[in-house]
Design a protein around this ligand. Structure first.
Ligand code: SAH
Ligand code: SF4
Ligand code: F3S
Length: 447
């Protein structure tokens, strides 16, 4: 184990967008300590594995990743395991992986600098506290030291979950629902925009449960925050994810018809299409109440692109109950979705339920569900052909003069023409595949 101060770092984030956000914040924290990002292709002195515990495969990956971290000269870097596996299995990581010197949970990573000093003296340290003081107050301000943001940025506004769906580890790994204060968020958004962000995605495990007190002292929901962020002149687009159906207030729904910068996209997981299964999952909504929310959103924003998450093979799910999920998919017509085989997670109620569904059955159900979802995604994209829309340019494509970006409906769009990263280009969508669309800039059509 090295006993010196690391000069270079690499942060590898897995899992959800919030982990990506946390990874960025850890990188900023390390940079503030004078530790530099390791150049591409070179070994780092310090590696932070920012892990995900949501399904077994994601969690087990940590151990193989640790094994692969040997450096060119055969030595091992200083290794910190962060994220949700660190929170859930800190002790086990320390036992199974002697190469790891630091284990740090998602609510404690502001303490990394002190841990690195201890680890540098040869000690192994674990910090999986969920301290009352928040990491956000201890982290360096965004955009500090001239760090530039890309055209799209994440901003965690809410963290944790009180819903306790019976299959899910998040309430245990991330803790209780906490909303970050309004002023801190407006400030962070402003800094992100000043450092180059044109689009901000507001993040939370239950982002639509966010609540806070605005500058006038009024208690507002997420739509109140979005209204004030929309007033930042150079911010062009606002998105938010992930929402729970029961926290979709009428105020938030109405915002989709009122805030021009709020993009017409809603990720609203339903998980299953059968009320008995939803009850066993402790989702606390029904198929009908979920579909009613979507109807209300469509009433104010008819072109909204809908997205969701699905789990197949929850314990006890019968063939007929799975067919109900396919019926919901047919009824909604999603623009894009995530779907997973149920994975039993230690410590969750569903892991010890009777009638666990055999893997072969889950494989079959997932295949059928994904076929339906892919069909609908292609149909949604095909229906967009001929539309004129704005694309926020995110990067260069592989072809000469080609640019890649996103439509308002979160579709990947590519076009050839004059542009630069961060620019918003008006295009006509000309052809569609399952995963992306081709477009022509309007300026070129007019020429
Ligand atoms: N808070 C969000 C996201 C939670 S995790 C929400 O409630 O929607 C992202 C997705 O992973 C979930 O929506 C669910 O579809 C899936 N997931 C969570 N636990 C799982 C498990 N044990 N097995 C399989 N998929 C799971
Ligand atoms: Fe997990 Fe349910 Fe909370 Fe989402 S709402 S994070 S699925 S417990
Ligand atoms: Fe994974 Fe934790 Fe996110 S378990 S999905 S990294 S909240």
């Amino acid at each position: 184990m090295p006993t010196t101060t690391p000069r270079t770092y690499r942060v590898k984030s897995f899992g959800c967008q919030m982990n990506v956000y946390d990874g960025d914040r850890m990188a900023e924290l390390l940079a503030e300590q004078g530790i530099a990002p390791a150049p591409e292709g070179e070994d780092a002195d310090l590696v932070v594995l920012n892990t995900c515990h949501i399904r077994e495969k994601a969690a087990e990956k940590v151990y193989s990743d640790i094994g692969r971290l040997r450096r060119g000269d055969g030595s091992s870097p200083l290794i910190a395991v962060a994220g949700c596996v660190a929170q859930a299995e800190g002790e086990e990581i320390m036992r199974r992986a002697p190469a790891v010197s630091m284990v740090v949970g998602p609510q404690a990573y502001h303490r990394l600098p002190a841990m690195i000093r201890e680890a540098g003296e040869g000690r192994r340290v674990t910090d999986t506290d969920m301290p009352a003081e928040t990491k956000f107050d201890a982290l360096p301000a965004r955009g500090k030291g001239g760090r530039r943001s890309g055209p799209t940025a994440f901003l965690t506004v809410q963290e944790g979950c009180d819903k306790f769906c019976t299959y899910c580890v998040v309430p245990y790994t991330r803790g209780a629902e906490v909303s970050r204060p309004y002023a801190a968020l407006v400030d962070e958004a402003q800094r992100l925009v000043e450092s180059g962000a044109r689009e901000i995605s507001l993040l939370g495990q239950n982002v639509n449960a966010w609540t806070g007190e605005n500058a006038k002292g009024q208690t507002v929901g997420l739509e109140g925050l979005m209204r004030d962020l929309a007033a930042i002149p150079d911010l062009a687009r606002i998105r938010y994810t992930t929402s729970h159906p029961n926290d979709m207030t009428q105020g938030l729904i109405d915002a989709h018809g009122e805030i021009a910068k709020l993009m017409p996209f809603l990720h609203l997981p339903v998980q299953a299409g059968n009320d008995r299964v939803l009850k066993a999952m402790n989702r606390s909504h029904t198929v009908e109440s979920y579909l009613a929310v979507l109807d209300r959103v469509r009433a104010v924003r008819p072109d909204i692109a809908l997205s969701g998450d699905f789990i197949v093979g929850f314990p006890g799910e019968t063939d007929a109950e799975f067919e109900d999920t396919l019926r919901v998919v047919d009824a909604v017509g999603y623009a894009q979705c995530f779907s997973f085989k149920y994975s039993p997670r230690p410590g969750t109620p569903a892991a010890t339920m009777d009638a666990q569904v055999p893997m072969a059955v889950m494989d079959d159900r997932l295949q059928r569900l994904q076929a339906a979802l892919n069909r609908d995604q292609l149909a949604f994209n095909a229906a967009s052909v001929g539309r004129t829309c704005e694309v926020l340019v995110e990067r260069r494509g592989k072809l000469p003069g080609q640019w890649l970006g996103k439509s308002p409906w979160l579709q990947s769009v590519h076009f050839i023409g004059e542009a630069q990263i961060g620019q918003i280009v008006t295009v006509e969508l000309t052809s569609a595949g399952g995963n992306s669309l081709a477009a022509t800039p309007l300026a070129m059509l007019a020429a």
